[in-house]
Design a protein around this ligand. Structure first.
Ligand code: FAQ
Length: 324
């Protein structure tokens, strides 16, 4: 058998061309395949930010676990939050296939070097916020993630399929909370409206900057990491969500929202990009609190990780002794 000469000069241009041909032909890229370094880095950036978002996203909802209005609501919310933790774990594992360790990713999150979704830096002020998060935040997340199920990188695309199924249940449980409140007492309906007022614009920001202002988009679309642009996905979300708000009898807080017959889509107002930039750069209402809670949870769990490692080491030594 011929040995592969790893010292031979490699023609990166030819490799990149072959790589792009493979992507264009819709052949999935797998961990051991050759890939351009920039593709690997782009995926590590996006997938680790996505994983961090799932894990930090547990915090605003966790705030309401002890105050859920009934045992049933509490059990459902607990299951949803655990699902989000599971999504973080799939995504961290999928990202590890690209050659970064989980410890490095945690370090990037805890030192503020890595981003996570802007949405989780807003406070959850009432029980209706739990409904609004499920309906709008999970609804926006699914809109984005359905497109990611066809991402060119195999482990990311496959993780998304399971995650989307669970997010779809999350979205329904949120909508059902909103429906119950919107059909409840006038005070409950007012709480639901207030939650929609506060979560609508931040939910639209989840899709990222406008296409004309999105530095990563062009290359990510060419590599089929992203299959639809930020603005296309945002429009899809608005078009799907407006009739849902109408059914609830709630008003979306946007005076410029109206159906455009010619485009076949809803027109909507301008996002406050100054607010978006502030939140993404660490100055949102809850950025500091969220990072502190994450770091505290990680440090608080150190003894569990140490105990698990010590146990694994003891088992290894026992098996080695038994085999000797
Ligand atoms: N927040 O050039 P682009 C969930 C950053 S999961 C913070 O457009 P790209 C589940 C962006 O990273 C929600 N940063 O970038 C759940 C880039 O930064 P960098 C998370 C943002 O990557 C529900 C820079 O701005 N989902 O909710 C945001 O092509 C309920 C320039 O932007 C994902 O992560 C933002 N909103 O497009 C859990 C999906 N937007 O690294 C609990 C995967 C943009 O260059 C409860 N990610 N940035 O410094 C994506 O699809 C993409 O990364 C985008 C951004 C669309 C987010």
């Amino acid at each position: 058998m011929d040995a592969i000469n790893t010292d031979a000069p490699r023609d990166d241009d030819a490799l990149e061309k072959a790589f792009q041909t493979k992507v264009d032909a819709e052949t999935r890229i797998e961990p051991k395949d050759w890939m351009p370094e920039k593709y690997r880095h782009t995926l590590i950036r996006q997938m680790s930010q996505h994983a961090h978002s799932e894990v930090v996203g547990m915090l605003p909802e966790g705030n309401w676990l002890t105050r859920a209005p009934s045992l049933k609501r509490k059990a459902v919310l607990m299951a949803k939050i655990q699902d989000e933790g599971g999504h973080g774990l799939y995504l961290y594992s999928a990202t590890e296939t690209l050659g970064i360790s989980r410890d490095e990713m945690f370090d990037q999150l805890h030192t503020g070097k890595a981003k996570y979704s802007s949405i989780f830096n807003y406070p959850t002020l009432s029980w209706a916020d739990i409904g609004a998060i499920g309906w709008l935040v999970d609804g926006a997340a699914i809109t984005n993630q359905i497109a990611l199920c066809r991402c060119s990188y195999g482990p990311y695309a496959r993780a998304m399929i399971k995650i989307c199924k669970e997010e779809s249940f999350h979205q329904r449980q949120g909508y059902e909370i909103m429906l119950t409140m919107a059909q409840g007492t006038p005070e409950q309906k007012a709480m639901a409206q207030d939650a929609l007022d506060r979560w609508w614009w931040p939910s639209l920001m989840m899709f990222g900057p406008n296409d004309s202002n999105s530095p990563q988009s062009a290359q990510s679309m060419k590599w089929k990491i992203k299959r639809q642009s930020n603005d296309e996905l945002r429009q899809k979300f608005v078009d799907a969500t407006v009739p849902q708000a109408e059914y609830l009898g709630l008003r979306i807080p946007d005076d410029n929202l109206k159906w455009n017959e010619e485009r076949g889509h809803y027109d909507f107002g301008e996002i406050d990009w100054v607010e978006f930039k502030n939140v993404v750069s660490g100055n949102g209402l809850c950025n500091r609190e969220r990072l502190k809670d994450r770091v505290d949870a990680h440090e608080g769990g150190k003894w569990v990780r140490d105990a698990a490692l010590a146990y694994a080491e003891k088992q290894k030594q026992r098996s080695a002794a038994a085999a000797a």
